[in-house]
Design a protein around this ligand. Structure first.
Ligand code: ZN
Length: 490
């Protein structure tokens, strides 16, 4: 397989030519969501980034096995192995079985991913479905001297590992620094060193999610699932591992240590990380009141949003930044993206009805090559999009009669737009979203605003009337600390 693709490998910290271990087969593993709340903006970026890579590799002719896990057990609130399991905590709050929580939020995640037009991975394994594989891996690590048992829990021995291998190879963390910077939390006295991490945790009496093991009734550590499942489906060595930059440490560093210790070799050839997102310049956090779920974004139902944004606008917006740059979400930036996307989609429609002539002022070959060069350069989607807009300009000039296009170039350009816009960038028309749902979102914002004015001028009858009419129409308003939200009564 010939290609000119160059990817930034976070392991070597430089751009490298992409040469798969077993061309034309490519193994790609991406850390998926921990499913304990609605999918949010933070989920959209890795999903779209690695969807772009999946689509492009497939377009180049590779046979990609894309594995994305679902974390449904073992991810504790604190990455240092302490606190409640995130899913179990939510289950108590919502009075649900932990697996009902998992199912509920997995359904939302899949629906949102479909809305964003991300292709389904080849395999989506769940951590709770691979307890046996994880127990086997722990046994292997103990046998090789890299795991130790304390009170029914098993920890990874980072000191022993670092005598033979380099811990911190991905994140650049140095053990001595980690040692002095790591706070000793309650319950961590079991560990020989504070930077050791859990492979298996003994479950306390009230812990619901538990499995029998040679060491105790308990549950696997968070990092372990990715080593166990990537190895099961992609082998001990595979091509690409992806995820958000925040997963580099400790999650991916620990994954490398586990897999290397177990198999005697580094598991991954290329490590790719997407950068993070901010909202109006701030980190997204529940405590800052700017935490936006994808459903809220698609409906406009959140106080920081001035309107709804369609899934394709979000997708286009994410692709307008290089995956290793930060992206700041603001209403202004999203509106600009929405406009840009409409212009691009309109050009495709214009292209379909252009009349060719014998003259042509467009160098198609050069243009085609530029588009590939952009993606080959570490998936530079913003540059590709800027080139597409050059073509849009030309298409519009043909439409208004100031340029001409030959029949052959016209056909080639149509094919190029299909390849890059539809197949690789994964953008599509969304008439239905722009219709009903979006209109409801806009109207609700107006109504909420009118009610707010009424309340401010202490016009309680009008305010009550609005609330009652909405209730009759099947909509309830909720006053939250971030502002007013609405929802449909089931
Ligand atoms: Zn992972």
């Amino acid at each position: 397989m010939q290609n000119n693709l160059i990817l930034y490998n976070n392991l070597s910290k430089k751009k490298e030519s992409f040469e798969p271990l077993h061309s034309p087969f490519v193994g790609m593993y991406v850390c998926g969501p921990t499913v304990y709340s609605d999918a949010h903006l933070g989920h959209a970026r890795p999903a779209i980034t690695f969807d772009l890579l999946f689509r492009y590799l497939t377009h180049l002719g590779y046979k990609v096995r894309y594995v994305r896990n679902i974390t449904d057990v073992g991810h504790l609130e604190n990455d240092a192995d302490e606190g409640d399991d995130k899913i179990e905590k939510k289950a108590r709050l919502e009075h649900l079985e932990p697996m009902e929580v998992v199912q509920k939020y997995m359904n939302t995640f899949y629906r949102n991913m479909d809305q964003l037009n991300t292709l389904h991975p080849s395999i989506e394994p769940r951590a709770s479905g691979h307890i046996i594989e994880q127990i086997e891996l722990i046994k292997l690590l103990i046998d090789k001297g890299y795991g130790y048992v304390v009170n029914g829990s098993v920890y990874f021995d980072v000191d022993t590992y670092s005598m033979k291998y380099e811990y911190g190879i991905l994140s650049g963390r140095v053990l001595e620094e980690l040692q002095s910077n790591t706070r000793v939390l309650d319950g961590q006295e079991e560990k020989k060193n504070p930077f050791d991490f859990a492979l298996w945790k003994r479950a306390s009496a009230e812990h619901i999610m538990r499995w029998p093991s040679p060491w105790s009734d308990g549950f696997p550590g968070w990092h372990l699932e990715c080593s166990a499942m990537s190895c099961k489906y992609l082998g001990n060595e595979f091509d690409i591992h992806g995820g958000g930059m925040d997963l580099q440490f400790p999650h991916h560093e620990c994954e490398i240590a586990q897999s290397t210790a177990a198999n005697g070799k580094a598991p991954v050839k290329y490590w790719l990380h997407n950068n993070m997102i901010t909202i109006n310049g701030q980190k997204m956090a529940r405590s800052l009141g700017n935490f936006i779920t994808l459903d809220q974004l698609f409906s406009g139902n959140h106080p920081v949003l001035t309107q709804q944004y369609s899934p394709m606008t979000i997708r286009f917006f994410v692709l307008q930044a290089h995956y290793r740059s930060t992206v700041d979400f603001s209403n202004e930036a999203l509106l600009a993206s929405d406009k840009g996307l409409q212009k691009l989609m309109k050009a495709i429609e214009t292209l379909s009805r252009l009349k060719p002539s014998s003259e042509c002022n467009f160098d198609f070959e050069q243009f085609n090559q530029k588009c590939y060069e952009a993606l080959d350069d570490d998936l530079n989607s913003p540059i590709l999009i800027s080139y597409l807009f050059e073509a849009v300009k030309f298409i519009n000039s043909v439409a208004d009669g100031t340029s001409t296009i030959s029949e052959q170039v016209l056909e080639s350009l149509k094919q190029l737009f299909k390849t890059f816009v539809t197949d690789i960038l994964g953008l599509k028309e969304e008439a239905s979203v722009r219709g009903g749902e979006a209109l409801t979102g806009s109207l609700m914002n107006i109504i909420i605003d009118l009610r707010k004015s009424a309340r401010e001028s202490k016009d309680w009858p009008t305010s009550d009337k609005i609330r009652n009419y909405l209730k009759e129409a099947g909509i309830v308003l909720k006053d939250t600390k971030e502002g007013v939200e609405w929802e449909r009564i089931e």
